[in-house]
Each structure stands twice: as structure tokens, then as C-alpha cells.
Design a binder for this molecule. Structure first.
Ligand SMILES: *[C@@H]1O[C@H](CO)[C@@H](O)[C@H](O)[C@H]1NC(C)=O
Ligand SMILES: *[C@@H]1O[C@H](CO)[C@@H](O)[C@H](O)[C@H]1NC(C)=O
Ligand SMILES: *[C@@H]1O[C@H](CO)[C@@H](O)[C@H](O)[C@H]1NC(C)=O
Ligand SMILES: *[C@@H]1O[C@H](CO)[C@@H](O)[C@H](O)[C@H]1NC(C)=O
Ligand SMILES: *[C@@H]1O[C@H](CO)[C@@H](O)[C@H](O)[C@H]1NC(C)=O
Ligand SMILES: *[C@@H]1O[C@H](CO)[C@@H](O)[C@H](O)[C@H]1NC(C)=O
Ligand SMILES: *[C@@H]1O[C@H](CO)[C@@H](O)[C@H](O)[C@H]1NC(C)=O
Ligand SMILES: *[C@@H]1O[C@H](CO)[C@@H](O)[C@H](O)[C@H]1NC(C)=O
Ligand SMILES: *[C@@H]1O[C@H](CO)[C@@H](O)[C@H](O)[C@H]1NC(C)=O
Ligand SMILES: *[C@@H]1O[C@H](CO)[C@@H](O)[C@H](O)[C@H]1NC(C)=O
Ligand SMILES: *[C@@H]1O[C@H](CO)[C@@H](O)[C@H](O)[C@H]1NC(C)=O
Ligand SMILES: *[C@@H]1O[C@H](CO)[C@@H](O)[C@H](O)[C@H]1NC(C)=O
Ligand SMILES: [Cu+2]
Length: 574
């Protein structure tokens, strides 16, 4: 069965937008089947804010098609590259147990799919239910190549909350009037910060608060006294977002495809890479009003950013009055760290008998990594670079800015050809300095392609410490191949004598992307039970581009089901 809408023209895509994004009658999906999708990566002209540009899309759709599956299903997704760019797709948050070849980050688990070539991503969904998403994982192509992955519980397994009347994916993105590949290439060449986006989008639509955009507004038409499940995804390149719907309360029930203890809030925070499922209970009487849903960024860094606001409209069907008053939500200020801290601290695993929180209790290896921005020397011949003091911006983990290899790390590992590709010596911790104190004199980073090697089934504790070298900043950190438990977080420098006693080992939130607090630290734990090479990076795309990334190499276990399988025959070549 091939889903997707390859034959639709784009105008039809717009017309049917709200229709295709309402998930009607999903319950007939069978249990544990193989679901086949075809993703044709092709150029498509798309117009927003009165700017038309040729964009890289999947099946001509922007945002891309949604994948709908049940826990336990196998997915076979054939990606066919019909654009000039190299392509690879990452299935963000999917565990990829024993299927590391299907994870997708370019030059980490695979060489990219070249023009005219194809690759079948082949993996099963194990022990996850909720919302994840897929996106390109090469250069900045995820600006337009992204879409939802909707994972329903196994057939006959109910949600641990009221059955929703309807389910609606809401995917946030960033629209640039310019070509994002040109923007990142120029930034990397000059060493300066990249141009910021021109709009945020909800399901690809910027909405009425931008010039020339009112017709491109996401509308959610609801009935009274119903519960809607909104599946929120932040696919923005570089911005964490606050989100709120006027006059409506949201109940958070799942993040990153793991159930959480439900709690109510007017506003939520969602970082790039994160997903959040919320219940929206509509008013019992049809209100004579319409309501904006709005999102705008949460920003802690020093650089310029897109401070605009995207809006969609929540409207009740069959409202009596024609011209209805419109209510707007109140969003936190752009730098409201106290809201961010408060909201984040309320996220707790459901930790029930059926959905336990299997937090590693006995730790085998402890790591302490710093994360943050720095500088590298200018390599322009006649000009000064546009980073701080004529340098280039760089970013690093433990002062090592990652150099992308020319072939995939996983292949190099599997075939025993790591020499000259990577070295297995990522440090356990960096040299000490006052991470969040006055910046050190030397802001220059080192660089390399270093991996941290873990024996199979290592219980890992990792503290990620933000630095203030070029100013403190929140970094949404994403680990491939695993979920982790967020056992602790705090501000200032992590104190290894005092802070661990405050760790939550009972019901910490389990997820795949976590914000390292601005000027603070976060402690995570995971069990390294998945053999392969697993990328870990900041999900602010510009920080990844500047080198804020590294990879773990998890070795095979002894049993047959603990080993990385040989690569598929169609694995792309570099
Ligand atoms: C999907 O493809 C696989 C392998 O090509 C095939 O065995 C299976 O029947 C297909 N499933 C559907 C639902 O078409
Ligand atoms: C996009 O627009 C350009 C200029 O009008 C046109 O040449 C091209 O064929 C269009 N591409 C697609 C995929 O429709
Ligand atoms: C998908 O992977 C499974 C497990 O390795 C394998 O048995 C199956 O043949 C693969 N399917 C395709 C179409 O490659
Ligand atoms: C929406 O909220 C505003 C401010 O809190 C309030 O004044 C207004 O009456 C509410 N409107 C509806 C229709 O609930
Ligand atoms: C909305 O307006 C209609 C007609 O004016 C009225 O009958 C209805 O009670 C109003 N609803 C609310 C919630 O005020
Ligand atoms: C957004 O930034 C622009 C340019 O820096 C500034 O003029 C404007 O006031 C800002 N808007 C908001 C809502 O902060
Ligand atoms: C947040 O920004 C406002 C101005 O928009 C400023 O007055 C305030 O000091 C800032 N707060 C923090 C914590 O940076
Ligand atoms: C945190 O949020 C809760 C619930 O909204 C609120 O009651 C509490 O006052 C907040 N605390 C802080 C420090 O903002
Ligand atoms: C650098 O400057 C020299 C002399 O002005 C010029 O000949 C050369 O082309 C310049 N090189 C670059 C890379 O701009
Ligand atoms: C840039 O130079 C100024 C003045 O020399 C200095 O105060 C500042 O720390 C430097 N910044 C960086 C990032 O090196
Ligand atoms: C680190 O810097 C902070 C802020 O300047 C300061 O309060 C703290 O005492 C310093 N810590 C150490 C161990 O030097
Ligand atoms: C940093 O530079 C300042 C001023 O030049 C100097 O006083 C200080 O000793 C330097 N610190 C280190 C650690 O080199
Ligand atoms: Cu970052």
C-alpha cells in the first residue's frame, strides 16, 4: 500500500490541507503489518508571503506526507532522489533497534542518496506510541523536507486517556523567502550568523499576522464538547517555540512518543526536534467567537533571530454569528526562562505498571560534556570573517567541533575501516574552566571526528553543561537511537558532589530531545542496548552546522539479537 499524493497538484494540496490533516477513522489499521511508502524527493514551486521559490519536497507536498503506523509495525519507505541535492532522511525518535542502517543522518549511518538513486529505509516500531517525525538529515534540507510520524497504540490497546474525537497533526516550521542552502553555505563561508527566517508556519502556513499571508492560514474547525488530540511537532530549524490557544486549556499527555502524567497548561514550550501530544477539550456551548492559536520563539542567545508570530485559527462549526470577535492568547515574553523552567519541570513519566519508567539505577559510565559556541580562525584570504572579532563562529561539545567525515561512520565501523575516518577517543570530560562564569580568554575550539565507544548494555549517565564562552544559550539536544531519562537539571555549574542527590530516579520524563538550560546543565541516563553509531547533536540546525555534534559507537552484544545486521544491499555509496 503506497500512501501519499504524488499526483495532486500543489493548489489541490492547499485546498485539501485541513482535510488531509484530520485523521479520520484510523482504527481499522491492522496489527503488526508491513507498511510501504514511496517518497519521491522532487522540486516543487511553493509560494508564501508573496515569494515563490523552488523547494525540495517529498511527493510535491509541503509539509511532507504523514506516516501512520501502529506500534509493532514494520515500515518500508522507498526514498527516490529526483533533485540535484544529496538526500538522506532521518526518522526522528524511532529507536531503530538493530536497524541502525535506516537511521538516516548523512555521513553518520549512511552516505547520502545521490541524484537518481533510491534507498529503502526498513525498520520496525518497537515500544513507542505517540508522535514522532521524519526530516532530511543533510545540510539544511530539513527546512522543507519534514512530516509527521503518527504511531497508534497496538490494535486493542486503548490510550491511557479519554478517546479523542479527532486527531490533528500540528507541525511548526520556518519559512525563508531565500534559498536555505544558499543561506547556510554563505554563513559557513563567511563565518557569520545565517539570515533568519521570514516567518514561522503551522502546517506550512504562516497565517494572518504576516504581510500577504492571510489566505495561507491553518484553520481548525471544531465541534463543541469534544476532545481533540493535537499532535504538535517542532520542525523549525533554529527556534524553540511557545504555543497557546486563546481561551482554551491544553492537557499534555505525551512527549516524544512516551506518555507523561497529564497536566493542564495554557501555554507550552516545544524545542526543535521535540513532539508534544495535547488534548484540547472544546467548550460545551458554541461560543460566538473565534480563537487564535499562536506560536513565537523562546530565545536565550545573543544573535539575531526571527521574532515574529505565527497564528492559526480555531473556529467552532455552525457558529450563529457571521462576524465573530477574535481572541488572542497571551504568550510569554521572548526570553521568559522562568516559564520555560517551570513548564519543563512539570513533565514527568507516566511511570505506571503498564508504562513503567525503566530508569537506569546502577551506572556503569559517567560522562560530563560541555556544549556551546566558540570561534575558529578566519580562513578567508583577503577579508576578515564575520564571526566575533573577525573570526568564524564555531560550536563544540567539550571544545571539540565535529568534522563531518567523507564516508559514513557506521560503514567504516562495520567494515573495520575506521582509520582516517574517525578516532574512538572522545574525552569523558573537558578540561575544567568556570563554564558559566566569565568567558575564558581563548574562545577557539579544537576539532576532530571523535567517537565515544560503549560496550553493549552500558548504563550511561551524561551531564550536558552549557557554557557562557560566547554567551549562555539553551541547546535542545537530540540523541539518535535511544530515549533517555532526564534525571536532573539546574543552573550554573553542575556540582558532582551536591546535585546527584537531587536526581529524580522515580518518574523522570523520558524523551529523545532535551533542552540544556541556558547557563545551566541537564543530566540524562540511558541504557546503551542498541548496537550502532548514534549521532548526538544540538537540534538548532545552525549549531549542528557549526559542529555541535558527536557520535556514540555502541558495540555488539554476545547474542544474535544484540548485533548490528549487515547493511542492506541498496545502502547508498559515497
Ligand atoms: C510491502 O512490501 C513488502 C515487500 O516488498 C511486501 O511483502 C508487502 O506485502 C507489502 N505490503 C503491503 C501492505 O503492500
Ligand atoms: C517552477 O517555476 C518555474 C518558473 O516558472 C518553472 O520553470 C518550473 O518548471 C516550475 N517547476 C515545477 C516543478 O513546477
Ligand atoms: C527488512 O529488514 C528485515 C530484518 O532485517 C528483513 O528480514 C527484510 O527482508 C527487510 N525487507 C526488505 C524489503 O528489505
Ligand atoms: C476569552 O478570554 C478573554 C480574556 O481572558 C475573556 O475576556 C473573554 O470573555 C473570553 N471569551 C470567550 C468566548 O471565552
Ligand atoms: C451566540 O449567538 C446566538 C445568536 O445570537 C445565541 O443564540 C447564542 O446563545 C450565543 N451563544 C453564546 C455562547 O453566547
Ligand atoms: C522584532 O525585531 C524587530 C527588528 O529587530 C523590531 O523592530 C521589533 O520591534 C521586534 N518585534 C517584537 C515583537 O519584539
Ligand atoms: C527580557 O527582555 C526584556 C525586554 O524585552 C528585558 O527587559 C529583560 O531584562 C529580559 N529578561 C532577561 C531575563 O533577560
Ligand atoms: C509554575 O506553574 C504553576 C502552574 O501553572 C504555577 O502554579 C506556579 O506558580 C508556577 N511557578 C513559577 C515559579 O512560576
Ligand atoms: C586578494 O587580493 C588580491 C590583491 O588585491 C587579489 O588579486 C586576489 O584576487 C584576492 N583574492 C581573493 C580570494 O579575493
Ligand atoms: C573580542 O575583542 C574584544 C576586545 O578586544 C574582547 O573584549 C572580546 O572578549 C573579544 N571577543 C571574543 C569572542 O573573542
Ligand atoms: C564561576 O563564575 C561565577 C560567575 O562569575 C562565580 O559566581 C563563581 O564563583 C565562579 N565559580 C568558581 C568555582 O570559580
Ligand atoms: C586573560 O586575559 C586577561 C587580560 O588580558 C589577563 O589578565 C588574564 O590573566 C588572562 N587569563 C588567562 C587565564 O590567561
Ligand atoms: Cu545549540
Amino acid at each position: 500500500m503506497t500512501r501519499g499524493m504524488t499526483s495532486f497538484s500543489l493548489s489541490k494540496v492547499f485546498m485539501f490541507f485541513s482535510a488531509i490533516f484530520l485523521l479520520h477513522g484510523l482504527s481499522p489499521l491492522n496489527a503488526s503489518v508491513t507498511r510501504n511508502y514511496t517518497f519521491k524527493v522532487a522540486l516543487q514551486n511553493v509560494t508564501r508571503l508573496c515569494h515563490t521559490k523552488s523547494m525540495v519536497t517529498v511527493n510535491g507536498q509541503f509539509p511532507g506526507p504523514r506516516i501512520v503506523a501502529r506500534e509493532g509495525d514494520r515500515l518500508l519507505i522507498k526514498v527516490i532522489n529526483q533533485v540535484p541535492n544529496n538526500i538522506s532522511i532521518h526518522w526522528h525518535g524511532i529507536r531503530q533497534l538493530q536497524s541502525g542502517w535506516a537511521d538516516g543522518p548523512a555521513y553518520v549511518t549512511q552516505c547520502p542518496i545521490q541524484t537518481g538513486q533510491s534507498y529503502v529505509y526498513n525498520f520496525t516500531i518497537v515500544g513507542q506510541r505517540g508522535t514522532l517525525w521524519w526530516h532530511a538529515h543533510v545540510s539544511w534540507l530539513r527546512a522543507s523536507l519534514y512530516g509527521p510520524i503518527i504511531i497508534l497504540p497496538m490494535l486493542g490497546t486503548p490510550y491511557p486517556f479519554v478517546k479523542p474525537y479527532k486527531e490533528v497533526p500540528i507541525i511548526f516550521g520556518e519559512w525563508f523567502n531565500g534559498d536555505t542552502e544558499a543561506i547556510i553555505n554563505q554563513a559557513l563561508q563567511t563565518g557569520g550568523g545565517p539570515n533568519v527566517s521570514d516567518a514561522y508556519t503551522i502546517n506550512g502556513l504562516p497565517g494572518p499576522l504576516y504581510n500577504c499571508s492571510a489566505k495561507d492560514t491553518f484553520k481548525l474547525k471544531v465541534k463543541p464538547s469534544k476532545t481533540y488530540l493535537l499532535r504538535l511537532i517542532n520542525a523549525a530549524l533554529n527556534d524553540e517555540l511557545f504555543f497557546s490557544i486563546a481561551n482554551h486549556t491544553l492537557t499534555i499527555i505525551d512527549v516524544d512518543a512516551v506518555y507523561v502524567k497529564p497536566f493542564e497548561t495554557q501555554t507550552l514550550l516545544i524545542a526543535p526536534g521535540q513532539t508534544t501530544n495535547v488534548l484540547l477539550k472544546t467548550h460545551s456551548k458554541i461560543p460566538n467567537a473565534t480563537f487564535y492559536m499562536m506560536a513565537r520563539p523562546y530565545v536565550t542567545g545573543q544573535g539575531t533571530f526571527d521574532n515574529s508570530t505565527v497564528a492559526g485559527i480555531l473556529e467552532y462549526k455552525d457558529s450563529h454569528v457571521k462576524r465573530l470577535p477574535l481572541f488572542k492568547p497571551t504568550l510569554p515574553s521572548l526570553n521568559d526562562t522562568s516559564f520555560a523552567t517551570n513548564f519543563t519541570s512539570r513533565l514527568r513519566s507516566l511511570a505506571s505498571g503498564k508504562y513503567p519508567a525503566n530508569v537506569p539505577k546502577k551506572i556503569d559510565k559517567r560522562f560530563f560534556f560541555t556544549v556551546g559556541l566558540g570561534t575558529s580562525p578566519c580562513d578567508l584570504k583577503n577579508q576578515t570573517c564575520q564571526g566575533p572579532n573577525g573570526t568564524k563562529f564555531a560550536a563544540s561539545i567539550s571544545n571539540i567541533s565535529f568534522i563531518q567525515p567523507k564516508t559514513a561512520l557506521l560503514q567504516a565501523h562495520f567494515f573495520g575501516k575506521s582509520r582516517g575516518i574517525y578516532s574512538p577517543n572522545f574525552p569523558y570530560s573537558p578540561n575544567w574552566f568556570n563554564y558559566t562564569g566569565n568567558p575564558p580568554n581563548n574562545t577557539m575550539v579544537t576539532n576532530g571526528t571523535k567517537l565515544m565507544v560503549l560496550p553493549f548494555n552500558t548504563n550511561v549517565e551524561l551531564v550536558l553543561q552549557d557554557t557562557s564562552i560566547l554567551g549562555a544559550e539553551s541547546h535542545p539536544f537530540h540523541l539518535h537511537g535511544f530515549n533517555f531519562f532526564v534525571v536532573g537539571r539546574g543552573f550554573g555549574n553542575f556540582d558532582m558532589n551536591k546535585d546527584p542527590s537531587k536526581f529524580n530516579l522515580v518518574d523522570p520524563v523520558e524523551r529523545n530531545t532535551v533542552g540544556v538550560p541556558s547557563g545551566g546543565w541537564v543530566a540524562i541516563r540511558f541504557l546503551a542496548d542498541n548496537p550502532g553509531v548514534w549521532f548526538m547533536h544540538c537540534h538548532l540546525e545552525i549549531h549542528t552546522s557549526w559542529g555541535l555534534k558527536m557520535a556514540w559507537l555502541v558495540l555488539d552484544g554476545k547474542l544474535p539479537n544484540q548485533k548490528l545486521l549487515p547493511p542492506p544491499v541498496d545502502l547508498p555509496k559515497c
